[in-house]
Design a protein around this ligand. Structure first.
Ligand SMILES: Nc1ncnc2c1ncn2[C@@H]1O[C@H](COP(=O)(O)OP(=O)(O)OP(=O)(O)O)[C@@H](O)[C@H]1O
Ligand SMILES: O=C(O)[C@@H](O)C(=O)CO
Length: 421
């Protein structure tokens, strides 16, 4: 059995977001964390999402890993490749979206692709090439102050142009709104005009479905999870996928914990709400650098509470606090240090009987999933748009919810735990 769609996600929360979108559209999907080192039972999966932690790694490393993932997916028979990045286009002028896209295009001998991060259900829309988050431009949203990829330009044609060797064009909403044939004609015209990348406007789910249908014959599609909504239909038309429903019970015995390493605005609110209900431990990043016993202290603290209640452990801090911490420790160093600590805390929590774990933040989720050695997961019920519960395949046997920093309303952590009852 070969797979139909092969996906490469540049972070772990993004991967579950995409996998959940495909599952909701009736595809059977497995998420694999990292490039598989051994054969993995694909259990008749129609799509595989390989989760990488390549959003903020050095460009060359992101390219190498993405190409390895590509080769693995092609070896499984993938007929189309999807490169998933963040709905807020998280990247820097050096990359990694542009360089990874171009490396994948070269390897696939493809001369054209689209870039569409829109995700209207979560407030990300694209108009005239400009990305909006809710009612403000990306550059005026909380993403302005992201700890690793501050986004200060909302014009994605310019942003992508700075990251690519090829030429970047636009398929505007006036075209997208005319439907599939108009989008296909625009793609033909852009190709004739020697354009290699098109930012594609999208405001509604119907726009995304039409764009997905119009791109049935592209070897590579890039974007957020929204654009994947139309893809299962393309394969269904070719009779290469069926209509599956993913369900598994959320009744695993064991303790429950939430680890938040995201400093995004939605997570800040979610932490503020949950800490009023549950025992909570704030991690001070500067103390983490000074005190090499802090992780052990946190785990000792967890032992006093975790049998009786879900617990929350968070490094989440405001933009002002993060700026201060980064001025003391360095941007990358602070991020890395908190991620390593979160990985060790997650390992310690599993040793203390935690079997249900919510993690907030893509980089944080990557660090935690890698520390726990979770190789693959299947996708279960959604807690909020873009965030499903997942069940690990193999050891350790746990339930995981990997939440993108800015997803979910302020009750998200409480809702996630409520679903376990
Ligand atoms: N208090 C802090 N000070 C400085 N850096 C921090 C702090 N807390 C967390 N970090 C780092 O900030 C980064 C947050 O990125 P992460 O991807 O986990 O969250 P996010 O960007 O909000 O989520 P997503 O990528 O899903 O949108 C991580 O590298 C994390 O270690
Ligand atoms: O697209 C999104 O916003 C998310 O899936 C994500 O990638 C956050 O890291």
């Amino acid at each position: 059995m070969t797979i139909a769609l092969g996906c490469i996600a540049d972070d772990f929360t993004g991967a579950t977001d995409l996998a959940s979108t495909l599952v909701k559209q009736g595809m059977s999907v497995i998420q694999i964390n990292g490039i598989p080192k051994q054969p993995i039972a694909l259990n008749e999966a129609e799509a595989v999402v390989i989760a990488l932690k390549s959003r903020t790694t050095p460009v060359e490393q992101a390219i190498t890993e993405s190409l390895e993932a590509l080769q693995w997916l092609l070896n499984q028979g993938a007929m189309q490749i999807f490169f998933k990045y963040c709905s807020t286009f998280d990247s820097t002028d050096q990359g990694n979206i542009g360089p990874v896209t171009e490396a994948l295009m070269y390897a696939l001998e493809e001369t054209f692709t689209i870039a569409c991060p829109a995700f209207p259900t979560n407030g990300r829309t694209l108009y005239q090439g400009h990305l909006f988050v809710g009612n403000c431009l990306l550059s005026e949203s909380g993403m302005r102050d992201h700890p690793l990829t501050p986004m200060r330009d909302a014009n994605l044609v310019s942003v992508l142009d700075r990251q690519t060797k090829g030429n970047v064009g636009l398929i505007p909403w006036t075209t997208v709104n005319q439907g599939v044939t108009a989008i296909q004609d625009a793609i033909k015209k852009l190709k004739q005009d020697n354009i290699q990348h098109a930012i594609v406007d999208a405001i509604t789910d119907q726009d995304l479905i039409n764009i997905g249908h119009a791109c049935a014959d592209l070897k590579l599609i890039t974007g957020g999870s929204g654009i994947a909504m139309g893809l299962p239909d393309n394969f269904r038309r070719k009779k290469s996928v069926g209509n599956s429903e993913a369900h598994f019970p959320l009744n695993l015995p064991g303790n429950t914990a939430v680890l938040a390493g995201s400093c995004s605005l939605a997570t800040i609110e979610q932490v503020a709400t949950a800490r009023k209900q549950w025992p909570a431990f704030p991690i001070d990043a500067i103390s983490l650098a000074d005190n090499d016993r802090l992780v052990d202290e946190i785990l000792q603290w967890s032992e006093q509470h975790v049998e009786n209640s879900p617990i929350l452990i968070y490094s989440t801090a405001s933009a002002t606090e993060v700026t201060h911490i980064q001025s003391v420790l360095g941007r990358a160093e602070a991020g890395e240090m908190v991620e390593v600590a979160m990985g060790k805390i997650a390992q310690g929590l599993l040793e203390r009987g935690v079997r249900k774990l919510v993690v907030a933040g893509g980089e944080t989720s990557g660090a935690v999933v890698q520390a726990l050695g979770v190789n693959a997961m299947e996708i279960g019920p959604e807690i909020a748009p873009g965030v499903p519960w997942c069940r690990t395949l193999g050891d350790p046997n746990i339930l995981l919810a990997l939440k993108s920093g800015n997803f979910g309303d302020k009750h998200f952590f409480l809702k996630a735990v409520e679903q376990l009852k």
